[in-house]
Design a protein around this ligand. Structure first.
Ligand code: AMP
Length: 296
C-alpha cells in the first residue's frame, strides 16, 4: 500500500488503498469515530479543479475519500482510454495537500468483476448532447458512480459543474434509485484566461491552447447578449455558433442554450437560469464547457 507524507501535513500520511475490502474498512473506521464521509470520484491527472472539490469536501466533512480510477466503460472505442494521462504520485500529493484522508485506486477487475452484467442507464437525459456524440459514455459513468457509491457509501459526493450533464444525470440516478448520497456541484475552475481546467488540456499544442479559448469566449458572448436584454434563445444560440465557427481550427459538436433540468433547448429565455453548453474539437482534442446564465 503506497503511503505518502506531505510537508503541509507532516504528521499525517495518506493511505492509498487498492481493494474494495480495504476502502470499506477505512470508511468503517472513520464512521466508528463518528466522522461524516465525503467522496470525490476522479479519473486522476488531477488539476486545480479536482483540488477545489477536495478542499470543499474537507472544509465541511470529517473524512474525505478521493477515488482515482480511469473507468474504461465510459470511453468509446476510438477515444483516449489508453493514452489518458496517469500520474499517481503527483495525484497523491495533490490529494494530501488539499485535505483528502484516503485515496481509493482500484484495478479494473475490482470494480468490474469478471462476468459482470449489470449497468445503470438514465434514458433520455443520457442520450442528449454528450450522449449523442459519445454513445454509451453516460451508461459507463452512472454505472461506475453507483458502484463507487455502493463501495464507499459516502454521505456526500462532490462533482464539478464543468461536466454539467454528468452531475445532472447523477442527481437523477440518486433520486430515482433512492441512493442516500447528497450531491454537491462545485463551480468550474478556470485558467486565468478563461479556459476550463481539464485533464485533457495537456493534449493541446500551444497554438491549440489559444484556439481552445474560443469555447469559454463563446459562452461569455452568449451571456453578454442575454445581459444586454436578448430573450430569444435561438438568436443567442446562432450568435454563439457564429462566434465559435469563426476559427476554422474549431470543429463544433454542439453549442446550445438549454433548460438547466431537462437539457432541452430553450426558445423563450424566461426561467430563472439557462445553461449555455458547448462541445468542440480542437485538433484531435475534444473539449466541453458550460456557463449557468441567470435571467433577471
Ligand atoms: P474527471 O477526473 O475528469 O472525471 O473529473 C472528476 C471530477 O472533477 C468531476 O466531477 C469533474 O466534473 C470535476 N472537474 C473536472 N474539471 C473541473 C474543473 N475545471 N472545475 C471543477 N470541477 C472539475
Amino acid at each position: 500500500m503506497p503511503n505518502i507524507t506531505g510537508a503541509s501535513q507532516s504528521s499525517t500520511t495518506l493511505p492509498c488503498v487498492r481493494t474494495v475490502a480495504e476502502i470499506r474498512e477505512r470508511v468503517a473506521e472513520a464512521r466508528g469515530q463518528a466522522q461524516s464521509i465525503a467522496f470525490v470520484p476522479t479519473m486522476g491527472a488531477l488539476h486545480e479543479g479536482h483540488a477545489e472539490l477536495i478542499r470543499q469536501a474537507s472544509a465541511s466533512y470529517g473524512f474525505v475519500v478521493v477515488s482515482i480510477f480511469v473507468n474504461p466503460t465510459q470511453f468509446g472505442p476510438r477515444e483516449d482510454f489508453t493514452r489518458y494521462p496517469r500520474h499517481l504520485d503527483r495525484d497523491l500529493d495533490i490529494c494530501l495537500k488539499n485535505g483528502a484522508h484516503c485515496v481509493f485506486h482500484p484495478d479494473v477487475t475490482d470494480i468490474y468483476p469478471p462476468g459482470g452484467m449489470t449497468v445503470v442507464t438514465v434514458p433520455g437525459l443520457a442520450d442528449r448532447w454528450e450522449g449523442e456524440f459519445r454513445p454509451g459514455h453516460f451508461q459507463g459513468v452512472t454505472t461506475v458512480v453507483l458502484k463507487l457509491f455502493e463501495i464507499v457509501r459516502p454521505d456526500v459526493a462532490f462533482f464539478g459543474q464543468k461536466d454539467y450533464q454528468q452531475q445532472l444525470l447523477i442527481r437523477r440516478m440518486c433520486c430515482d434509485l433512492h441512493v442516500p448520497v447528497e450531491i454537491r456541484t462545485i463551480p468550474t475552475v478556470r485558467e486565468p484566461d478563461g479556459l476550463a481546467m481539464s485533464s485533457r488540456n495537456v493534449y493541446l499544442s500551444a497554438t491549440e491552447r489559444q484556439t481552445a479559448l474560443s469555447l469559454s469566449q463563446t459562452l461569455r458572448h452568449g451571456q453578454s447578449l442575454i445581459e444586454a436584454g436578448e430573450r430569444n434563445g435561438r438568436r443567442v444560440q446562432q450568435a454563439m455558433r457564429e462566434r465559435l465557427t469563426r476559427d476554422a481550427a474549431v470543429s463544433v459538436d454542439y453549442v446550445e442554450l438549454v433548460d438547466p433540468q431537462t437539457l432541452i433547448p430553450v426558445v423563450e429565455l424566461a426561467s430563472p437560469t439557462v445553461v449555455a453548453i458547448v462541445a468542440a474539437r480542437v485538433g484531435t482534442t475534444r473539449l466541453i464547457d458550460n456557463l449557468i446564465i441567470p435571467l433577471r
